[in-house]
Design a protein around this ligand. Structure first.
Ligand code: SF4
Ligand code: SF4
Ligand code: SF4
Length: 358
């Protein structure tokens, strides 16, 4: 579905149903808004709208969106990554092959290093003076993305990294909206349509971002070289592990129902929750919806579990029928009475006593 304001701009497709804010009304994702150097994006009653006159089509917001809800009409980063990996070229530059390095995510950069099995060079020499980087936000974001991609390659036990070049080239960076439009269009034309990229073909109902599938496929291709016992220095922004405390989980299953990518799912017999870290995008919606606070984030995860979409059982309950309300509940011993009925009895016992006495 395309947002009307986006349609006017004819620069982006916005899939309202993929945006985290649509999945869960209280979600506060603002990555696209925060990175936009022109303040062209605003949320109006949970709908993202774009000021077409302010937008310079730099595509920096595209790289940051965890769900790929934002898609540039003229630059497809997933297609670009696959194309780039089929070439000898090792450098990425806004002067040569893409509109802005901000259009690439951690997943894209890591996948390129994994597939090429070589260093990948990011040319940042134009960033400081680029009009897109007006208050330094875009460059900061690109640098953070590169650092995180390198941290990910490190925990995979790989030596190759994303490198940066910051020396100013003799050429002047393109400036102005018109030039950026031209660049986007020419990049789109350069894409070799003959290359068969089966990884790009999939149904529209897939909830998992394509960039994630590309990264996982890249890890599988390099599985022999991965040494997954390097400690994590800090949590990643694009995927995290999860734990559920069985002692207070009520088996309400809301975490799985709200999970936007299907990383959490419900056991067929409704007795528990399983998790696939390879599908998690670290949106925290599960933590936010869990009323007893049973689900928590675990910074570390197994790289091979991530790559191969292995399932982890987070919680498994023994269900019994509550003697009061006759509804199944997670039984932890003692009387067969669910927490809700137990609370109700404890909190309102006075009312029943008074009624009896009367
Ligand atoms: S970055 Fe993506 S998910 Fe987040 S608010 Fe923007 S469109 Fe929605
Ligand atoms: S972890 Fe929380 S949201 Fe998920 S089933 Fe348990 S209580 Fe419900
Ligand atoms: S498991 Fe939680 S953090 Fe991960 S994608 Fe699902 S809702 Fe988001």
């Amino acid at each position: 579905m395309r947002n009307e304001a986006m349609k006017d701009a004819d620069l982006f497709k916005f899939d309202y149903f993929k945006c985290l804010r649509s999945d869960y009304a209280k979600n506060e994702c603002s990555i696209c808004i925060d990175i936009c150097p022109e303040n062209a994006m605003v949320f109006d009653r949970s709908r993202l709208t774009l000021d077409a006159d302010a937008c310079t089509a730099c595509a920096a917001c595209v790289g940051g969106c965890p769900t790929e809800a934002l898609v540039s009409e003229t630059f497809d980063p997933n297609r670009f990554v696959l194309e780039f990996c089929s070439q000898e070229k090792k450098s990425l530059s806004c002067k040569e092959n893409l509109p802005c390095l901000g259009a690439l995510s951690v997943e894209h950069l890591a996948a390129m290093v994994l597939r090429k099995d070589s260093e990948v060079l990011c040319d940042l020499s134009f960033c400081s003076d680029c009009h897109v980087n007006r208050d330094g936000t875009v460059l900061k974001s690109i640098e953070a993305t590169i650092d995180e991609a390198n941290a990910f390659l490190e925990v995979c036990g790989l030596q190759k990294r994303v490198q940066t070049v910051c020396e100013l080239s003799e050429d002047e960076p393109d400036s102005g909206r018109r030039n950026l439009f031209k660049k986007l269009a020419s990049v789109a034309r350069e894409v070799n349509e003959d290359v068969t990229m089966s990884e790009l073909a999939r149904g529209d109902d897939e909830r998992e971002p394509l960039k994630r599938i590309i990264l996982k496929n890249s890890l599988k291709m390099s599985a022999q070289k991965i040494r997954p016992d390097i400690p994590f220095k800090k949590p990643f922004t694009f995927a995290v592990g999860k734990k559920i405390d069985e002692s207070n989980c009520t088996n309400c299953q809301e975490c799985a129902m709200f999970c936007p990518t299907g990383a959490l799912s419900i056991l067929r017999d409704n007795t528990g929750i399983v998790f696939q870290v390879g599908k998690c995008i670290a949106c925290s919606i599960c933590n936010d919806v869990c009323k007893p606070g049973s689900i928590t984030t675990d910074a570390t995860f197994d790289i091979m579990d991530f790559a191969f979409d292995r399932m982890e059982l987070l919680v498994k309950h023994t269900l019994e029928i509550c003697t009061e309300c006759k509804v199944a509940f997670p039984y932890r011993g003692g009387d067969k009475i669910c927490d809700r009925c137990k609370d109700f009895k404890e909190n309102f016992s006075d009312i029943f006593t008074m009624a009896k006495d009367m």
